[in-house]
Design a binder for this molecule. Sequence first.
Ligand code: COA
Length: 377
Amino acid sequence: MAGKGLEGVVVGQSRLSDINGEVGELIYAGYDIDDLARNTTFEEVCYLLWNGELPNREQLDGFKRELAANARLSDEMLAVLRTLPRDADPMAALRTAVSALGTFDPKADEITDAEVRRKALYLTAVTPTLVAAYDRLRNGNEPLQPKEGKSVASNFLYMLNGEEPNDTRCRTMDVALVLHAEHAMNASTFAARVTAGTLSDVYSCITSAIGTLKGPSHGGANVEVMNMLREIDESGQDPAAWVHGALEGGKKVMGFGHRVYRATDPRATVLRELADKIMAEAGETRWLDLSDKIRAAMADEMEKRGKKIYPNVDFFSASVYTTLGIPMDLFTAVFAIARTPGWTAHLLEQYADNRLIRPSSEYVGPRGKKVVPIDQR
Ligand code: COA
């Protein structure tokens, strides 16, 4: 039987990304994440994931135009968003909205390569608009539509905060999207592929993925990181003492540990640098200073306990997103925006070479029981 949590089980082949957890390396389609984060944009990475190669200038310009043309929300979808309760979890709202998008697409059930590509582009373009629109509606503001000629990152921050971000903020958002775009056979990607394996439609697959990403052991972790930072900050406790107490109490410290990485998550390294820049510019380094103290305390504690637990991507994304003006309960939805190109790239692979994904379970229940008539039970 496979190990609990399917650890180490290879469930299929993919050309999209690979993780070497021992040395903390991540590649997308052959390119190191560090190189991509420093030298490309989210739009280039979407193109890479769907086409296997980075675009040239002309290809990128055309691709950006297509993304922009798909980013607006229809009146019908705005009406759907308006019916949702204002206190709904934004991930629940996004899950419902993506599912609803499928009901408005007359070709929702077509899963030819061309149709899956069209929907991949549409969902990637429109998800930031959905997330920002829901946030504005729940705060009593009218949703904003994207501006022409702007990047996904820039438009998202504009539609959320109502003002165009400066270059540092825009680039920080852009890099955060690049860093979260793809991550091999993680739980939400697996969920998307399982759904595609039944030959269900793209909207259903992405709805499955969003529901899976929502959990605190996956995409919800950076929300828990921010809760932790706030708790320590408000308590005025020494961060090292707090970490020690949490571990002694058998708690997990959020933003640390990973099923695959046994070294620092390379995405955390890039985010730490971005955090430095954006927080210095904002003149508010409180969260970063606190994060650094927690990281140092965890390093000490883990060494004493002989465990290889390092910061993961969520550890720094929490304070970066807060500095970008993104409300805490929207963090996981931002992750979903970034991961949509990765999920849909996996769908292209799954549909192209599909076999129903249907593992087995080991039965450990009783056998041979006989039904007792209901009045005698
Ligand atoms: N804080 C304290 N201890 C941790 C820890 C953390 N964040 N993450 C793992 N550990 C401990 C485990 O309890 C386990 O201890 P044990 O051997 O005494 O039982 C040991 O380290 C090994 O754990 P591991 O097998 O690597 O964890 P996993 O693969 O089952 O779980 C996570 C991985 C991500 C679910 C887990 O590390 C976690 O819950 N982290 C916090 C949430 C988080 O940041 N998630 C985002 C992931 S990107």
